[in-house]
Design a protein around this ligand. Structure first.
Ligand code: KG4
Ligand code: ZN
Length: 346
């Protein structure tokens, strides 16, 4: 291996995935993700259960990552670990594990902002392609940033209530589907009739780049409740087709909201590049709509679907970049439930 580069182990435990990965010079060597199923019956992530599952899985996940990459511990040059934002009890598991590893191997550790990790998923191993408009849409975030200098971000807009993914998760839960609901909504939407149901696009006439998804969610919930009342003798076939029509309308309203605000961000900043990551970027309709911005001359870079949802690769890539800049965290590094990207150093 080239001497100038170090092997970086990334560890991510900010929510309900126990994940690790190895990267070297922007390239993924191996990756392992354990997605926790314990939350399925609850319709959302139960923090206490998530922490318990992380502690049971962190060692096998890291071991598997090293084995897949044919790497021994002594070859590691640094450890990158999600420090926030997320569930503090969950982050602490990955963080304590990462600290113990880095300390015992006498190698640097770097705390990674999970939101920056999501953006690195779209950089394809390259340096941050500034200037760009950065979109993070996940289960906890719907944020639009402007980055003009690598590693620095200003916030252009954010959701004022629910996150885009949260909106999918809540409606899917009401339909009786397990958490996470986004993939299920996408599947259902593919069977839906585009003209059957319309849901309002939120904050259309608001000049800010903020978004809102709770109105869409409430409108969808009302339609669901009305449909339930109508169908006392519920026949499954009918309700599947109603769910499909509603999923189509929900997906369209959420994606329309995001795309509208991204278009407005482009107009406001004059920046010709859009970069997007986070679990909702796995959604094919959102991908299609964002990709079509390229027809207007935009450079559109989306995290590939497998790197859009939580994983260790993007943590390792963001950490590798910051380590290369000479940044290090010290042993006081701790978990932060709130960690605004616009306040990150660099
Ligand atoms: O980034 P992520 O894995 O975790 C967080 O940081 O939150 O994002 C998870 C979110 C969930 O809300 C999930 O329903 C949503 O991403 N999601 C999707 C799809 N795949 C995951 N939403 C819509 N369509 C999908 N295909
Ligand atoms: Zn995430």
């Amino acid at each position: 291996m080239h001497k100038g580069y170090q092997l970086i182990l990334g560890i991510e435990t900010s929510c309900d995935d126990t994940a690790a990965a190895l990267v070297w010079d922007g390239k993924e060597l191996s990756s392992s993700v354990h997605s926790q199923l314990v939350h399925s019956p609850y319709g959302g992530v139960v923090p206490e259960l998530a922490s318990r599952e992380h502690i049971a899985k962190i060692l096998p996940v890291v071991r598997n990552t090293l084995e897949q990459g044919k790497v021994e511990l002594k070859q590691l040059g640094g450890v990158a670990v999600t420090a926030g934002p997320g569930l503090p009890g969950s982050i602490l598991i990955g963080l304590s594990f990462a600290k113990a590893l880095a300390y015992s191997l006498d190698i640097p550790i770097i705390g990674v902002n999970h939101l920056e990790g999501h953006l690195f998923g779209a950089f394809a191993g390259e340096e941050p392609p500034v200037p760009f408009i950065g979109l993070v849409v996940s289960g906890g975030h719907s944020h639009i940033y402007l980055s003009e200098t690598p590693g620095r971000y200003s916030l252009l807009g954010r959701t004022r209530d629910d996150a885009a993914g949260e909106c999918f998760d809540k409606i899917a839960r009401f339909m009786g589907f397990p958490y996470p609901g986004g993939p299920e909504i996408e599947k259902l939407a593919a069977e839906g009739n585009p003209n059957a149901i319309k849901l309002p696009v939120a904050m259309k006439n608001d000049d800010s780049l903020d978004m809102s998804f709770s109105g869409i969610k409430t409108a969808a919930l009302i339609k669901l409740k009305k449909n339930k009342e109508k169908q006392q003798n519920n026949d499954d076939k009918h309700s599947r087709s109603f769910y499909a029509d509603l999923a189509y309308a929900l997906q369209k309203a959420v994606v329309d909201t995001v795309v509208l605000k991204i278009r407005r961000a482009i107009e406001k900043t004059g920046v010709k590049r859009v970069v997007a990551g986070g679990g909702v970027v796995a959604n094919s309709y959102l991908r299609e709509r964002l990709t079509s911005l390229a027809e207007g001359g935009m450079d559109v870079r989306l995290a590939p679907a497998r790197l859009a949802s939580d994983n260790g690769v993007v943590t390792a890539l963001a950490g590798e970049y910051r380590l290369k800049q000479g940044e290090r965290s010290d042993w006081s590094l701790t978990a932060l439930s709130r960690m605004p990207l616009e306040e990150s150093g660099g």
